[in-house]
Ligand binder design. Structure first.
Ligand code: SF4
Length: 213
């Protein structure tokens, strides 16, 4: 993790991290940006979130937007019609059940439409400064398995396995480090193992094809 921290200097941050930095770790904007980010390129997520937040910055204001307008604002994120529905329903529930505020527990967060453990963990880490959560997305799942830290088939299993396999002090940083590494070096296909600071210690489990340095 220390090697990654040094090697990441100057690399582009993941979209939700950028939004979190820019918005003073506002849990609401982290929540909505993470819903939009699923299966979507980072640049697209960032642009769509910026357009949406320019129009509505609070759960109450966003709940009042017509679903078609949310669709238009977030297009072209993938599954934009479903996501617009989730965003609106999520904001309505934040208003009706949580007083217009994002709840701060996993149990409450996963009751919101469109929110699973990945989103909830990221909101807890970035929005509420939790040091007890690990957010596992596709990059964290893939790289943890390639490194041999875990041996799991699904991200949900990876989260639980990582709690056992890694030191607690790294938990809130695992997502930032491995997503950044996954977008730049340890890519899904043709990972750049020759350029990787972890290559001496990495067993490259499951890596079939990699680029040369
Ligand atoms: S050595 Fe290759 S497989 Fe291992 S972490 Fe680096 S890029 Fe990924």
């Amino acid at each position: 993790m220390r090697s990654l921290a040094r090697a990441m200097t100057g690399m582009e941050l993941p979209a939700v991290e950028k939004i979190s930095d820019a918005q003073a770790e506002d849990p609401f904007q982290i929540l909505i940006a993470t819903i939009l980010s699923a299966r979507t390129q980072d640049a697209t997520t960032h642009a769509a979130s910026t357009r949406l937040f320019r129009r509505a910055r609070t759960p109450r204001a966003m709940a009042r937007l017509p679903e078609r307008e949310i669709e238009r604002l977030i297009y072209p994120v993938s599954f934009y019609r479903y996501k617009a529905g989730y965003v609106k329903a999520c904001c309505e529930m934040l208003v009706s059940r949580f007083g217009g505020k994002v709840p701060s527990t996993m149990e409450e967060l996963v009751t919101l439409p469109g929110v699973g453990r990945k989103t909830a963990n990221l909101v807890l880490i970035l929005g509420f400064k939790s040091r007890r959560n690990i957010c596992v997305d596709t990059h964290v799942h893939r790289i943890s398995n390639r490194l041999g830290w875990v041996k799991t088939a699904r991200p949900e299993e990876t989260e639980q396995a990582l709690y056992r396999a890694t030191e607690r002090r790294w938990w809130p940083l695992l997502n930032l480090y491995l997503v950044t590494w996954g977008q730049n070096v340890c890519r899904p296909v043709y990972p750049r193992c020759g350029d990787c600071v972890l290559r001496a210690d990495c067993p490259r489990i499951g890596v079939q094809r990699r680029t040369r340095a």
